[in-house]
Design a protein around this ligand. Structure first.
Ligand code: TMP
Length: 236
């Protein structure tokens, strides 16, 4: 069965989502557009749509095999993937293995401190508020998810970290931190959204060179080349 894009349901900062003839399935189409700091900084990263689509599909299939249910159905083209239509839980789930980014800034510590255990944090996914940090009780109080869903999300997020940390290490990349999102499909929590250099921090294992969107956020140069290099390693 050939699925084609029907009405556009949504356009976000980095992706568009289209209806298909099956009401349970949508097509995600990845764009080269890049934003940072809640949309304050805007740009284009040539080839990013392809990298993020192909890389997400590889990682989602790996995670599915390792027991984490995902929205992945079928890659349709370099930039487009057929996925299950979920109701996204408005929670950004962030796991950190090494200090960096907003953790280093918020707590006034250097980047690069290796934690004894991974940390998990939630942000309330609400652009108008700047995605504020929240805890489990806040998420429950705001009725963003049930206690059971929150517990399930945390269990899956740690599993994602275990699987991806080992996977990236084989590619000479340290998984510093990442953000994932979950959705509900037929009442069950499944992994949705994307896993890409936009949503992970990846440092070269030998040089600690930043190989992710921080090159764009911080104007470090070599953005396009870095995205291509990461995809090359992921595919190797
Ligand atoms: P942070 O250190 O800026 O909080 O970012 C933690 C991780 O989350 C990092 O891997 C980048 C990712 N991230 C997103 O995917 N989307 C976002 O909007 C932000 C702020 C971070």
């Amino acid at each position: 069965m050939a699925y084609t894009k029907l009405n556009q349901l949504y356009e976000g900062k980095a992706k568009k989502v289209f209806e298909t003839c099956d009401e349970g399935l949508v097509i995600v189409s990845y764009k080269d557009d890049a934003t940072a700091f809640n949309g304050e900084k805007k740009g284009t990263i040539a080839g990013k749509g392809v990298v993020n689509n192909v890389m997400s599909d590889i990682l989602f299939q790996l995670l599915e095999k390792e027991g984490v249910p995902t929205h992945f159905v079928e890659q349709l083209s370099d930039t487009d993937t057929l996925v299950k239509k979920v109701t996204i839980l408005p929670l950004e789930v962030i796991i950190r293995n090494i200090s960096a980014g907003s953790f280093a800034k918020r707590y006034g510590v250097a980047e690069g401190i290796v934690f004894d255990e991974p940390t998990l944090e939630f942000s309330y996914k609400e652009d108008a508020l700047g995605d504020p940090l929240i805890n489990d009780d806040h998420a429950f109080a705001l009725k963003l998810a049930t206690r059971e869903q929150i517990a399930q999300v945390k269990e899956y997020a740690h599993k994602v970290n275990d699987v991806l940390k080992a996977f990236f290490l084989e590619k000479d990349l340290k998984l510093v931190d990442f953000k994932i999102e979950f959705g509900l499909f037929n009442g069950k929590v499944i992994l949705a959204d994307e896993i890409s250099p936009d949503t992970c921090r990846l440092w070269d294992v030998n040089t600690n060179e930043k190989m992710d969107k921080d090159r764009f956020r911080r104007d470090l140069g070599g953005v396009e080349e870095t995205y291509q290099k990461v995809l090359g390693r992921v595919k190797s």
